[in-house]
Design a protein. Structure first.
Lengths: 720, 301
């Protein structure tokens, strides 16, 4: 028999007052697990009937994946978990908001710690019972339909732990918020603040850096929220849904489990300490601890003011005065609003001017720090002796994957694989960029750099390098020509294993599409890696690829390998397979060439005198083209002419280059965006052009469009 | 015994209780009187362990009460607006309190409920204010704690119910030495219940005395003296608190026992004299006037 005053007796009593929370939690979990599972499985069955799945195994795998998607890692679960954590946490400790309830609960002979434990544990019991019951029913439903195996069960276990820890962190945050406040509405605000403060701060910081600084690297992201479960959950749930082995998933998730568990424990201890210290008279007040009020005000008002200022900054095209005024104004409004909330009294608008002043001062300081770059963000270049290594990214963003064929971002790959030890050329280029004006560069390109400092700190920056500058060419060769650079830029340089898994290979010179035997992938890789030894900056900017090898890997991954004329080993292999064709076409194989002249000169000579950032030249051109194209819908600026005469074609062929092979490295102005050339090959030709395409798309080298083409596509050509 | 020593509590710069020191003896009915805002509820909330004093101490049977389960086991606090669970009935509340107070007398509770015509299954939310106070009192009495702290609990009870509760108090005090502490803003509410009264004003204690002591040591004498000399002789050495005169009729409020005062007036030549008992109200008026307060304004309205 349980003692009258035992933990379980108290727990039972407490549950009697939480029946509606039980009902909501159980229904929500049943809907999210069993309901969603039922929908997923029925969808898979319908697709099977419709013949979507080619084999029994494919259908079976879809069933397993559906069960995993519903019961292990679900995209839509996060908001539900947050709402449940808020309901369970707030309802459990809601007596603290009401003086009448506090008078009763705090006068009865029940140990304070025991009461906290009872309410807290009951909250966990409600959640755990609901989720376990829902999962059990879900597993039974899935098992009946043959959609469960050991792997699925293990994934469900991992997912359960993932969601449980997430719930615990949010639940503990809510409990802490309840302890810090005396009113439901304020609790919700503080919960939102505690959960979202870090990601919002990071977003704000990033936004300000992009707005005020020029050297912000969007490629190497060095600022990510470290304690935000929202961020972690959002970023990872999609990855976790991928059809991977559970052991792999567990490895990925383990650090998060550890981090979240520690976070949950810390939050719970903080909540308990606040509970111990919380005065009973806090019931009904906005903030439970008067001493916290000024700090809370500053912490909330500063980001609000800065946010408002940044919104105005973007709306007012970077007007500094308006930005500063709106930031400070936003801070004043936020401080006043917070004071009103504290006292629930409109007359309190301008109370506690010292803390309001501190908030405004902080806002102004932040504005000045960014506007005047007080901390030298844009001037930052570490000294060589403080650097451990550097990673550099130059204009190349391929597709990357890991051993399990999970997606890996280009920056992530570069960060992991590139460790340049010769840091001097990078530092010299960074210093030159600091001193040079981008407007004076003839071919300015962005270089993203990740400085790895000996202290363990990582700093990402970007700067401009003029690819046309011979001094830079020498420096760039010292970067691009290194083994470290190639290993951090091209997966083929280090990844031998994947090439055993190549599912298909083709070679194209821009017009052709010749299949290569997939089993030769390793051999081809070796040839290519050997040729890549010669690859450096000079080769990359002075040569256009003569062809491209495309390889398919499992899980829809693929890679393109540019082939240059000097890649003799690769070309030898291609020739041995009769796959190699020169980049210049043979005029006899071509039936016709349809050339479109966009007449961009109309726009370039127009009102818009082109304050175009050379770094965004391509997009600017594209924008212009689209503008012209829009204008052309009215039918007066785009002129298209089809050339069928063999002589005409023979004259055009030496001056064109396949758009497919447009390389990132080359001079941006080398191909003429004013013209599009569509080539149709003769039906009876033996030339292995890509027959899956309607036409093959080419460009003129800049300034090499023959005169007769210009005349034929001139605006007044039709009138003559 | 509840010992309150130099108790102080401030809410947002407002001193609700200022250095209050009072001793509540066992087995007496202690009345805590004061105007609204005098600090009665705050004192009771500190005594019951709800609020933590800023300074000073509260000891229940020599145990500090704040955060002390053992001390709290000895008392039951009925707030001015007692809280009952949503949709609860008397039975629900009994189950809750009987789970907390080890000596809760369930049988007695239902017996009292019946005596007071309170339906145990009726939702408390449908009870009148007076019925809720009765229920709270019955729960408090049946919890069988040594101290029962009632904050304005008697205000609004009809005379029949008041009498009923009074008899239960008397019974419980006799049987198990219960000590009720009753806070009220109305002196007349407490007159027939309390043994000891503490008067609070603006957070401080104006006086704290046994009612019997007060009644025994203060007398009202109506008298007509034969001569002025007789008057001077009679009053010589007597502590006169208040003196009124209507024609030749003198009315004195004096300190001393009835016997002492009667003996003194018997020694002088009077046309007539009579020693009269004082109501609690009159005693308070006299006592507080001495320390410079107008009690009529404070608690009698």
């Amino acid at each position: 028999m349980t003692s009258k005053n035992s933990f379980w007796a108290s727990s039972k009593e407490n549950h009697k007052r939480r029946i509606w929370v039980w009902i909501i939690t159980v229904l929500a979990q049943l809907m999210m697990y069993v309901g969603v599972l039922t929908v997923y499985l029925s969808r898979i069955r319908r697709w099977n009937v419709e013949g979507v799945y080619r084999t029994r195994e494919e259908y079976q795998n879809a069933l397993y994946q559906a069960t995993k998607d519903a019961l292990a890692f679900q995209d839509n679960l996060m908001p539900v978990l947050i709402v449940l954590a808020v309901i369970i946490g707030v309802q459990g400790f809601s007596y603290l908001y009401d003086r009448k309830k506090v008078d009763m609960y705090h006068s009865v002979p029940v140990d304070k710690n025991k009461r906290f434990a009872v309410v807290y544990i009951n909250g966990m019991i409600i959640y755990l019972t609901a989720i376990l019951a829902s999962l059990l029913i879900g597993v039974i439903v899935a098992a009946v339909q043959g959609a469960v195996n050991g792997e699925v069960m293990a994934a469900i276990g991992l997912g359960f732990l993932w969601n449980l820890l997430f719930f615990m962190v949010v639940y503990h945050t809510v409990v802490l918020a309840v302890m810090l406040t005396g009113n439901r509405l304020i609790t919700l605000c503080v919960t939102g603040m505690l959960i979202g403060y870090e990601p919002v701060l990071y977003d704000l910081l990033e936004n300000m850096q992009y707005s005020f600084f020029e050297t912000v690297s969007g490629f190497y992201v060095t600022h990510i929220p470290k304690l935000s479960v929202l961020y972690d959950y959002n970023i990872n749930t999609w990855n976790l849904k991928q059809p991977e082995k559970v052991a792999v998933l567990a490895k990925v998730m383990l650090p998060y489990y550890g981090k979240w568990f520690i976070l949950a424990v810390v939050l719970l201890i903080a909540a308990w300490l606040c509970y111990r210290k919380r005065p009973s008279e806090a019931a009904g007040k906005a903030v439970a601890f008067v001493r916290v009020e000024p700090f809370l005000k500053v912490f909330v008002a500063v980001p609000i003011g800065v946010c408002l200022g940044m919104w105005v900054h973007s709306a007012a095209y970077g007007n500094a005065v308006l930005t500063a005024v709106s930031m400070a104004g936003g801070g004043v409004i936020a401080c006043a609003a917070i004071e009103v909330i504290y006292d629930f009294d409109i007359k309190s608008l301008f109370k506690h001017l010292v803390s309001s002043g501190a908030a405004i001062a902080a806002i102004i300081f932040i504005f000045l720090a960014f506007k005047m770059d007080l901390f030298g963000y844009d001037d930052y270049i570490p000294s060589a002796d403080k650097l451990e290594s550097i990673a550099v990214s130059v204009d190349y963003y391929g597709q990357f994957w890991d051993k399990e064929y999970n997606y890996v971002g280009a920056s992530e790959f570069s960060e992991e694989h590139m460790h340049l030890q010769d840091v001097e050329p990078v530092l010299i280029l960074a210093d030159k960029a600091r001193q040079e004006n981008v407007e004076d560069m003839t071919d300015a390109r962005i270089i993203n750099v990740l400085y790895r400092l000996s202290s363990g700190r990582r700093v990402g920056r970007r700067f401009y390098v003029d690819f046309d500058n011979p001094v830079n060419e020498a420096l760039m060769n010292r970067i691009v020509g290194t083994k470290e650079f190639k290993e951090g830029t091209y997966q083929i340089m280090t990844d031998q294993d994947s090439f055993a898994d190549v599912t298909a290979m083709t070679y194209s010179n821009g017009a052709t599409n010749v299949a290569l035997p997939a089993q030769d992938a390793q051999m081809l890789r070796e040839a290519y890696v050997k040729d890549m030894e010669k690859f450096d900056f000079t080769l990359a900017i002075n040569n256009r690829p003569c062809g491209r090898i495309h390889m398919n890997f499992p899980n829809w991954f693929g890679t393109d390998l540019d082939v240059y004329d000097s890649f003799e080993n690769t070309i030898a292999y291609l020739q041995s397979k009769e796959a190699y064709y020169p980049v210049e076409l043979n005029a006899e194989d071509i039936a016709d060439m349809t050339i479109t002249n966009y007449h961009m000169e109309l726009y370039e000579n127009g009102d818009h005198d082109g304050e175009v950032d050379p770094l965004v030249f391509n997009s600017a051109v594209a924008a212009e083209a689209s503008w012209v194209s829009g204008y052309a819908d009215e039918g007066d600026t785009i002129v298209t002419e089809t050339f069928t005469d063999e002589e005409d074609i023979a004259q055009i062929v030496p001056h064109i280059y396949p758009a497919y092979l447009s390389a990132a490295w080359n001079h941006s102005g080398e191909l003429d965006d004013n013209y599009d050339i569509y080539i149709t090959f003769k039906k009876d030709t033996t030339y292995p052009y890509d027959r899956s395409q309607y036409g093959v798309y080419y460009k003129f080298y800049t300034g090499q469009a023959p005169e007769f083409v210009e005349e034929a596509t001139a605006l007044d050509a039709g009138e003559e | 015994m509840i010992e309150i020593h130099n108790l102080t509590k401030t809410f947002e710069k407002i001193k609700a209780v200022d250095e209050v020191s009072v001793t509540i003896k066992d087995n007496t009915v202690f009345g805590l009187i004061g105007t609204n805002g005098a600090g009665k509820s705050t004192v009771l909330r500190m005594v019951s362990g709800v609020l933590k004093p800023d300074s000073g101490t509260v000891a229940v049977d020599n145990m500090p009460v704040y955060d002390n389960v053992e001390a709290k086991k000895k008392l039951f606090f009925i707030a001015d607006e007692p809280y009952f669970f949503a949709n609860a009935n008397a039975q629900t509340m009994e189950r809750y309190y009987s789970g907390i107070y080890e000596n809760f007398n369930i049988e007695e509770f239902y017996k009292y409920l019946e005596s007071f015509n309170l339906d145990k299954r009726r939702k408390i939310g449908t009870f009148s204010k007076g019925m809720k106070k009765q229920l709270a009192l019955l729960l408090g009495i049946c919890a069988h704690t040594k101290y029962l702290l009632c904050d304005e609990t008697f205000d609004g009870l009809d005379p029949v119910m008041r009498q009923g509760i009074k008899s239960i108090f008397a019974k419980e005090m006799e049987e198990r030495g219960m000590t009720p502490v009753i806070a009220s803003h109305n002196l007349r509410e407490l007159e027939d219940i309390c043994d000891h009264v503490g008067l609070l004003h603006k957070g401080g204690v104006l006086l704290s005395k046994d009612l019997e002591d007060m009644k025994c040591n203060i007398q009202k004498v109506q008298c007509v003296f034969t001569t002025v000399e007789d008057e001077l002789k009679a009053l010589n050495g007597i502590d006169v608190i208040k003196k009124e005169q209507r024609g030749s009729l003198r009315t004195f409020t004096v300190r001393g026992t009835r016997e002492e005062v009667t003996a003194r007036f018997a020694t002088v030549d009077t046309v007539f004299y009579e020693v009269l008992p004082l109501s609690l109200e009159e005693i308070f008026i006299s006592e507080t006037e001495v320390v410079g307060y107008d009690i009529k304004k404070l608690i009698l309205g």
